[in-house]
Design a protein around this ligand. Structure first.
Ligand SMILES: Nc1nc2c(c(=O)[nH]1)N[C@H]1C(S)=C(S)[C@@H](COP(=O)(O)O)O[C@H]1N2
Ligand SMILES: [Mo]
Length: 220
């Protein structure tokens, strides 16, 4: 067999076009679930835990964990995309969909932007229209098991269509705001919106991807 023939017969890994379409530009698929966050993993007394909806709303609401867990439950299976370039397909998160949550608590927003608040003092900003979708869920369970502490138990947000820094772990509240103010990473050079399919990683000048975070490589 000559060289040309050999090259023609060479086997290349088949790329399933359906999967390729699900992978945003510049992302690499992983099957493990990396752990990434700033600071310490919070420790809770669940009798003291509350979830607050406040700011520009017709009525502020504070829920206990028991009240939260009594809301209508759903499971969302989604792909997730981290700005540090890993993506993971087919993650099943169980909890309360954002839409069901708002309906159940009966709060009417009076603004279009939300600051997501998580422990310890982590924030991320998001447009209400990016929360008000069928696949956005306030999750307590991952692939049928209670979320691990490091992945955000007792409650994390999952916003599959934006980079994963918007999916706030240890979520404690939604603050409705008149204007779109930057959260923690957004103040540190990350994009205000963060659409992975548009590669909205950074605002303004390209910064180095935070490889250091990724190099710690902790998984579970
Ligand atoms: N409260 C809180 N939520 C957070 C973070 C954080 O530092 N604190 N990090 C964000 C970032 S940058 C990422 S990539 C994801 C990582 O979630 P994982 O550890 O479950 O993969 O959580 C997001 N949510
Ligand atoms: Mo991240």
């Amino acid at each position: 067999m000559d060289k040309a023939e050999r090259i023609k017969r060479m086997k290349v890994p088949a790329v399933d076009p359906a999967l390729a379409k699900r992978l945003p530009p510049g992302q690499v698929l992983t099957e493990r679930f990396p752990i990434l966050h700033e600071g310490e993993v919070p420790v809770y007394d669940m009798n003291e835990w509350t979830f607050r909806v406040f700011g520009q709303v017709d009525r502020e609401v504070t829920l206990t964990y028991e009240q939260f867990m009594a809301l209508p439950q759903s499971t969302v299976t989604c792909d997730i995309h981290c700005v540090t370039r890993w993506s993971r397909f087919d993650n099943a998160f169980t909890g309360v969909r954002f839409r069901d949550f708002m309906k159940a608590i009966g709060v009417t927003p009076q603004s279009s932007y939300v600051m997501l608040h998580g422990d310890h003092d982590y924030t991320s900003n998001i447009a209400l229209s990016d929360l008000d979708r069928d696949d956005v869920i306030l999750a307590h369970t991952f692939d049928g098991e209670k979320l691990t502490d490091k992945h955000g138990w007792p409650l994390r947000l999952v916003v599959p269509h934006l980079y994963f820094w918007k999916s706030v772990k240890w979520l404690r509240g939604f603050e409705f705001m008149d204007e779109n103010k930057p959260g923690f990473w957004e103040q540190n050079g990350f994009h205000l919106d963060g659409d992975p399919f548009r590669e909205e990683r950074f605002s303004g000048e390209a910064l180095p991807i935070p490889e250091d975070e990724w190099e710690k490589k902790e998984f579970d």
